[in-house]
Design a protein around this ligand. Structure first.
Ligand code: HMG
Ligand code: MG
Length: 307
């Protein structure tokens, strides 16, 4: 099989499940992560070591990590907001972590109870301890194309925060349109501006699909040279501290787009569609992936009638 041209970072078990109202069983989370890895996804963001008071849904982070079976070539990164989170993650066996901040002050304060500058300061000891433990750190910048509280976010702030994360040693910076308000030309211009400071090979894009623009935005960013895309099976997702943020772009839709462009992902799309259908059923919600729904319907129509 050819080497994937595009790396997909599956964020469903973290970004998707953090936003679910009803508690999801730890065993279901573990099963979801394993099924996603079975589909050929090599980075599956597993959980968050944030404060359980802030995100009760992911309070079982230790138990999730304990249930994961290591596989060659598959990583299970986790979110850490501070040194406490990193220590918990390391004790639980995490081998890759991600820190997160925002381009907008108003959002960052609601999400992490800190200014952007304070959150960057919190990351300094996290970077040092992670380096000591040999654990790579990814950096997220939220609200890169708009903020639910502040509205417009100046491009200069996005570039400054992304550059700061890169300068402190993040191996990759993921640019998040947290509330999915961006459109294609603005998304491309944002990536171009950041790529003038951070090599595009070290950038990822992370689109929520609130306004249905995510695939168009991804296509525009591929044209800018982006080769890492965050997405979530069945379009699960949203941030509890971002009013109006709905699901992430669905992994099935992204894979369908990429394969249609002739870009290898290493992902088995039919298997992924089945996984998206399964988790949607477990959560009692509609499947947020258009490609996933279409593929599942086609496969069901082709299945031999056993009645
Ligand atoms: P705080 O209350 O200001 O923290 O929260 P603190 O340092 O003052 O500590 C207060 C208490 O929390 C203390 O316990 C700490 O020990 C404890 P107490 O003395 O009261 O018993 N504590 C912790 N416990 C467990 N794990 C920890 C931890 N840290 C402190 N890591 C904090 C500050 C950052 C912790 C909090 O605001 C928080 O956890 N926020 C996380 C919010 C979140 O998870 N949001 C969603 C993820 S970001 C996202 O979705 C966006 C993204 O997808 C990209 C995009 O879409 O744009 C990544
Ligand atoms: Mg997100």
């Amino acid at each position: 099989m050819s080497e994937p041209a595009i790396r997909i970072v599956e964020v469903g078990p973290r970004d998707g499940l953090q936003n679910e109202k009803a508690l999801v069983a730890t065993a279901t989370k573990v099963k979801l992560i394993h099924r996603l890895a079975d589909c050929g996804l090599c980075q599956v963001e597993a959980t968050s070591f944030v404060s359980p008071k802030w995100v009760p849904q992911l309070a079982d982070a230790e138990q999730v990590m304990a249930g994961l079976v290591p596989r060659p070539g598959v990583s299970y990164p986790v979110l850490v907001p501070n040194l406490t989170g990193l220590e918990r993650a390391l004790a639980a066996g995490a081998r890759e972590v991600a820190v997160f901040t925002a381009a907008s002050e108003a959002f960052n304060r609601r999400n992490t109870n800190a200014s952007v500058e304070e959150s960057l300061q919190r990351f300094a000891p996290v970077m040092a301890r992670a380096a000591e433990a040999g654990v790579p750190v990814r950096g997220y910048v939220s609200t890169v194309l708009g903020c639910p509280y502040q509205g417009e976010v100046p491009l200069a702030d996005v570039v400054r925060v992304a550059s700061a994360l890169h300068a402190m040693g993040c191996f990759e910076v993921s640019l998040g349109d947290t509330i999915g308000v961006g459109t294609a030309r603005r998304a491309a211009a944002m990536v171009r501006a950041v790529a003038a400071q951070v090599p595009v090979a070290q950038l990822a894009v992370h689109f929520h699909d609130t306004y249905g623009q995510a695939l168009a935005n991804i296509l525009a960013c591929l044209d800018e040279g982006v080769a890492t895309i965050d997405s979530s099976v069945a379009g699960l997702g949203g941030c509890p501290y971002a009013r109006g943020a709905t699901g992430n772009v669905a992994t099935e839709d992204v894979v369908y787009l990429l394969h249609g462009l002739g870009l290898a992902t290493g992902v088995d799309l039919e298997r992924l569609a089945a996984t998206g259908d399964w988790i949607s059923g477990v959560l009692g919600r509609g499947n947020g992936s258009r490609a996933g729904r279409a593929l599942s319907a086609r496969l069901a129509a082709q299945a031999p009638d056993t009645a």
